[in-house]
Write a protein that binds this ligand. Structure first.
Ligand code: ADP
Ligand code: MG
Ligand code: MG
Ligand code: MG
Length: 415
């Protein structure tokens, strides 16, 4: 076993220069390699390595949180979970994640395909770009990864082994459990918000008993309902895009949790993008961008639901709702009834997860660039207030909401 050592631009060609997976891809003349550290994330090192024949991404975990420093240790094994999640996602929805070329567990290094000219979806949305493929690609990705990683599809022994493998991703789950479900709802140390503009509504939310009970119910679901392999960090900063292609990156938070979590987190980020648009209107009005974003949410949910139903009808090979009880006895209506109930429960929980995700991005530690790049604090606070209100509505009233269109209408009214 080799002792962990963080890479840097100088040592990378020396340490990885004889790695065949890498040299096959970019060339052996390490002297001409160009190495740039480009990590803009909160946790890890990310290098672009360019050789004479091509380029790759080298991602390395650090034994601490990059954003905070060595005072916040975080285990290297998150890289192991990221690697295993990428492999499974590539099987379940081919073409939607970068190809993995090499993995070194001790050094916590993943070498993968360099996505270019892709940019981070969040950045594209802040710039006002309308990507034609994302709704369909992301809706399919959600349905395929969530369905195919669950007891609806997997062989039970394989699934239980997999649950055991990912159960060790304790520290990253712990981050979500605290930062998403608890910290926003009290004066936790790492929190911050736009102050003093939001002080009033923040105090209101933290005194809101119904909201706090819902947040804890959702935390319970997140922690205890090991339903499928989740991406675990599926926001618009974990998606890279061109107009022709959508790729999902960064699944180091992967673990077995409730299906609704990835769906809710992703949709929340589109609603936040929607509310942030009025803060980015310096170079022209964003009316059509707002319409586009609301359509994206509708389409992601529709595509997700239709693909989930298709998989239910064609790939239901696991231990749940077996065909022996339904279709094989001529009762396909029974299978459809069960499908409706499963989708209904994903819907209700998804809304809750979306609600708390909107809160934690405004009240917690990790904010998002959609709002943070609005320089004028009054303007930013107006956008954030709308998201906080919608988030509260979704979390508390999720059982009484019937369609995305209904939520979009509320969002427009707040706007
Ligand atoms: P972290 O876990 O630290 O958030 P990410 O995996 O999100 O790291 O990567 C950080 C940044 O590096 C991304 O926002 C993106 O700009 C870039 N990046 C990561 N993976 C790739 C890739 N396969 N191709 C191109 N750029 C990438
Ligand atoms: Mg990231
Ligand atoms: Mg595809
Ligand atoms: Mg990450």
């Amino acid at each position: 076993m080799s002792v962990f050592e963080a890479l840097n631009a100088e040592t990378l060609p020396v340490r990885l220069g004889s790695n065949q997976a890498l040299t096959d891809r970019i060339g052996e003349d390490t002297g001409s390699w160009k190495v740039r550290e480009v990590g803009d994330g909160n946790l890890n090192l990310v290098f672009i390595v360019e050789g004479s024949r091509g380029s790759v991404i080298v991602k390395q975990a650090l034994p601490y949180v990059r954003l905070v420093g060595e005072s916040w240790p975080l285990p290297l094994k998150r890289s192991y979970f990221e690697y295993h999640a990428l492999v499974r996602q590539a099987e379940r929805d081919p073409g939607m994640v970068p190809d993995v070329l090499f993995f070194d567990r001790e050094q916590a290094i993943i070498v993968m395909e360099f996505l270019t000219p892709h940019i981070i979806l969040r950045r594209a949305l802040i710039e006002g770009q309308q990507l034609p493929r994302i709704a369909s690609d992301l809706g399919l990705f959600l349905a395929r990864t969530l369905f195919r990683g669950s007891d609806l599809a997997m062989e039970t022994r394989k699934r239980k082994e997999d649950v055991a493998l990912f159960a060790d991703n304790v520290e990253l789950c712990d981050i979500t459990e605290n930062l998403v479900f608890s910290d926003p709802y009290y004066e936790a140390k790492l929190n911050h918000h736009t102050t003093p503009q939001l002080d009033g509504i923040v105090a209101e939310l933290r005194a809101d008993r119904d909201l706090k009970v819902e947040a804890q119910r959702l935390k319970h679901l997140f922690a205890a309902n090991a339903e499928t392999l989740l991406h675990g960090d599926l926001h618009t900063g974990s998606v890279m895009v061109t107009p022709q292609e959508t790729k999902v990156i960064d699944p180091e938070f992967a673990f077995y949790g409730p299906m609704a979590f990835d769906v809710g987190m992703l949709l929340a980020n589109f609603w936040m993008a929607y509310f942030s648009q009025s803060g980015h209107e310096k170079d022209g009005d964003r009316e059509s961008m707002r319409e586009y974003l609301l359509d994206v949410v509708i389409d992601i949910w529709d595509v997700f639901r239709d693909e989930f139903a298709r998989l239910w009808r064609n790939e239901r090979k696991g231990i749940l709702y077996q065909a022996a009880l339904f279709e094989d006895r001529g009762d396909s209506l029974g299978a459809e009834q069960a499908l409706d109930e499963v989708l209904q429960s994903i819907w209700v929980d998804m809304l809750g997860f979306a609600g708390v995700e909107m809160h934690r991005r405004i009240l917690g530690l990790a904010h998002n660039a959609d709002f943070e790049t609005i320089a004028d604090a009054d303007q930013r606070a107006r956008c954030e207030t709308k998201a906080l209100k919608l988030g509260r509505h979704l979390a508390v009233n999720r059982r009484k909401i019937h369609s995305v269109a209904e939520i979009n209408a509320l969002a427009e009214r707040l706007e």
